[in-house]
Unconditional design. Structure first.
Length: 115
């Protein structure tokens, strides 16, 4: 069983996108080599960026979230992000990123986060 994490993100402005990209790519590179991470990607749909990752267990996600550069990115998120909502779900197989994004858009809380 896999744990899927899909975070929908909107940067504050075109001026904060460079910082968003830097923080995001640092976190994704770190996630890809972190124990328990099977896959980590970035996608964009309908003006929303999505950080998509697949994990083998919850402990691996928590350990990753508490380390830099992810921790640094979260501490700076108020400076960079207009909105953010993360959804996690389990799956017996690894879904395509498009399926995970569709599941995110189907969540009422996720849609409310877009304002």
């Amino acid at each position: 069983m896999y744990i899927i994490s899909i975070g929908g993100i909107r940067p504050k402005s075109v001026w904060t996108k460079w910082r968003f990209y830097r923080l995001t790519f640092q976190s994704l590179r770190h996630a890809r080599v972190h124990d328990g991470c099977v896959l980590a990607e970035l996608a964009r749909k309908n003006g929303v960026f999505f950080e998509y990752s697949v994990w083998t267990n919850k402990k691996a996600i928590v350990d990753f979230a508490r380390t830099s550069p992810h921790l640094d990115a979260m501490q700076q998120s108020h400076l960079v992000l207009k909105s953010f909502y993360n959804k996690q779900f389990t799956s017996s197989e690894i879904p395509k990123i498009s399926d995970a994004v569709a599941k995110w858009f189907a969540d009422e809380k996720a849609m409310a986060s877009l304002g």
